[in-house]
Every structure is written in C-alpha cells, then in structure tokens.
Write a protein that binds this ligand. Structure first.
Ligand code: UFG
Length: 349
C-alpha cells in the first residue's frame, strides 16, 4: 500500500493541473488534495468571489505555495500564455458564479460568465492537447428527480434558475466536445450539497453577504452574526417534514476530483459521476447534529417553504465508487464540526 502511494505520487509528480477558481471553496480544498497526491496545481482565479489569504492558508497546510495567476479564465489570450509557459496535463474547472437567487435577477451575468469561461477553456484544451478535463457540475441538473437515490441515468429535469440551466448547458457543451474531439477525456462531476471545511479550520467557505445555503447560515447563527435560522417548511413528505439533502464533506468532494483525473474513457462521450454520500439528512437533522457535535444551540424557527425546493434529493454513488474507487471518508458530524472550527477562526480574524 505504501509502495503504491509512493509509486502514484512519483507518477503524478510534475504533472501540472490547471485549477480555475482554485482559491474558492471547493477549488482550494482540491488544490490541497492535488498537492497531497503529488500533483502540481496551477491556479487561475480573478478573486471576485474569493480571497487571496486562502493561498497563504494552502501554504500553511501543505508547505507549498501554489503558482497562481490573477485573471478571468474566459480570457483566451491570457490562458494561452499560461499554457505556453507550463505543460498542463489536466484541467479542473471550478470558476463560475453559483448563487441561485442572484442568477434569477442577473441571468445574463450567469450565461456570460459560466458559459464563456467553459468554451474558452475547452478551446485551449484542444489547442494544447490536454488529455483530461474535469467539469464542476451539480445535482441541480436532475431538477426534482422522480426517484431517490438518483443515479447518473436519471433524466435531465426542469431547473428553475438560470444558474441551474447554465450547468445543463455546460454539460451539453462538454458532451458535444468530447464526442467531436476523442482525445480529450471530459468528466462531469455532479455534486450534491458540499459542506464542511478542512479539518485544520484554515480553509473553508466564504459566503458573500447573507448566506443562502443551510450550513453557512447555521454556523453564522451559532456565531451570533445572524439572529435566527429559518427552517424552510416542515410539511414535506419526509422523515420529519423538512427537506432531505445529501451533504458531502468538501475534502471528500476534493478527493473525487483527483480520482477523476485518470478515468478510463467512455467511447464518444463524457464520463459522468454523482459525488454524494448516498445518505439523505433532513434540515432538522443537520441542525441537531450541529448542536450535538459542537455542544451549542442554534436559534431556529420553522418558516414557510422556499420556492423551488425539492422534498428529497440524495445520490446513488455506486458508479464513482466502483469505477474510480472513491468513497467518502467523513461523516455529517465531522463536516459540521469542521465547519464550526472554520467559522470560529473567521470570528477571531
Ligand atoms: N434551508 C433552510 N434554511 C436556510 C437555508 C436552507 O431551511 O436558511 C434548507 C433548504 O430549504 C433546503 C436545505 O436547507 O431544504 C438545503 O438548502 P441549500 O440552499 O443549502 O442547498 P440546496 O439543496 O437548495 O442547493 C444546492 C446547491 C445549489 C444547487 C441546488 C440544486 O447549493 O448550488 O442544490 O437543487 F443549485
């Protein structure tokens, strides 16, 4: 086993992987996983939704200061300069706008940023004969699935937000490109609900303004930044009436990207994998688990349903487990403990 680890690390050594959005939430954890697996990450980030101190934190965790370029990854001329300077052996593309509510108000921002950057990167990948491309997709492409757990063969569903629609369109762009350029292996990772933080508490999620997502709202309420969490509806047909989701630790999700760098090629198409734990947890279970594991209470009330929420969405993760050998290592309790460690050090910052 030790031999295999050393062997794999030696094989990966000097394999440079371009990570767009590498200072962001999932991007920064993936940069750490890449370094720990012996790859050399090259970050492109324009820091519009991320902070530069995250690069120092990556250095604290890994003892390595990753190479980072500051520009918008839709800029093909600048991309070309990076690809000329470095021999890039793979691309992991995270950089995108991701606020569901904002995308309803500013649809063109989402269509422009999320689609243009993907097209620019795919063109460069083809020009420089990059063998592997991993795209950050979402379970949002399933819309409200007919059955759960949902597997990769489930039909693409109706998605109400422009954000969700960009994920569907980007998947289609990847599919068409993989079909037309058979030397480029494209993998779509459909994330369920990423939460948590690095166990050190040095990197984690930095929501802009009032968080939309459950876990950052919970940690900010526990920290006294928000007065009260509203649980959106308790009359769903679920175990306790609150919505059920599949909460995946961000470090496990990061590892899935490293595993996805060497997939066997599916003929004439893309590789698609769900990345979730396979377990559903209700909103109240998340709140109670957070309270228990961190020994504190979260002020919360039951409110109205939020428009567009599906009752229950969780993954069938058997494909990624059998084909890439990936399995989640962390539990919901771990993720909620790490999210709180991260929030506490942010309060002290
Ligand atoms: N929730 C609350 N109160 C809050 C915030 C959320 O009760 O203050 C509930 C939601 O109603 C939902 C659950 O917590 O039932 C999870 O909500 P999130 O907003 O954290 O996550 P979603 O499942 O709605 O969103 C996720 C991703 C999106 C993606 C979407 C697709 O974060 O990127 O799935 O459904 F688009």
């Amino acid at each position: 086993m030790l031999f295999l680890t050393i062997f794999t690390e030696t094989m990966n050594k000097d394999r440079k992987i371009l990570v767009t959005g590498g200072a962001g939430f999932i991007g920064s954890h993936t940069v750490v996983s890449l370094i720990e697996s012996g790859f050399t990450p090259i970050i492109i980030d324009d820091f519009r939704n991320s902070e530069k101190f995250i690069l120092d934190r990556i250095n604290q965790i890994t003892a390595l200061h990753p190479i980072a370029y500051e520009f918008d990854c839709a800029d093909q001329n600048k991309l070309r300069e990076v690809f000329t300077e470095h021999e890039i052996g793979g691309i992991i593309h995270f950089a995108a706008d991701k606020a569901v509510g904002e995308s309803v108000k500013l649809p063109l921002k989402y269509y422009e940023n999320n689609i243009q950057s993907l097209v620019s990167l795919l063109k460069i990948a083809i020009e420089f004969k990059v063998p592997d491309f991993v795209f950050s997709s979402s379970c949002t492409v399933y819309g409200e699935p007919d059955k759960v757990p949902v597997d990769e063969n489930a039909p693409i569903g109706f998605t109400a937000s422009p954000y969700g629609y960009t994920k569907q369109v980007c998947e289609r762009i990847c599919r068409d490109t993989a079909y037309a350029y058979s030397n480029l292996k494209i993998t779509l990772l459909r994330y369920f609900n990423p939460i948590g933080a690095h166990p050190s508490g040095l990197i984690g999620e930095l929501p802009l303004g009032v968080p939309n997502n459950l876990v950052p709202f919970v940690t900010q309420t526990a920290a006294g930044i928000r007065d009260q969490l509203t649980v959106f509806g308790n009359d769903y047909p679920t175990v306790d009436g609150t919505c059920v989701r599949d909460y995946i630790h961000v470090c496990d999700l990061a590892d899935a990207h490293v595993a996805a760098l060497n997939p066997s090629k599916e003929e004439g198409g893309v590789n698609i994998f769900n990345v979730g734990t396979g377990l559903g947890s209700s909103v109240l279970e998340v709140v109670r688990t957070f309270e228990k594991v961190n020994n504190l209470s979260v002020n919360h009330k039951i409110g109205e349903r939020r428009e567009g929420d599906a009752a229950a969405v969780f993954a069938d993760n058997s494909k990624i487990s059998s084909e890439l050998g990936w399995k989640p290592k962390y539990t919901l309790s771990d993720a909620l403990a790490h999210a709180w460690t991260w929030q506490k050090q942010l309060n002290e910052k």
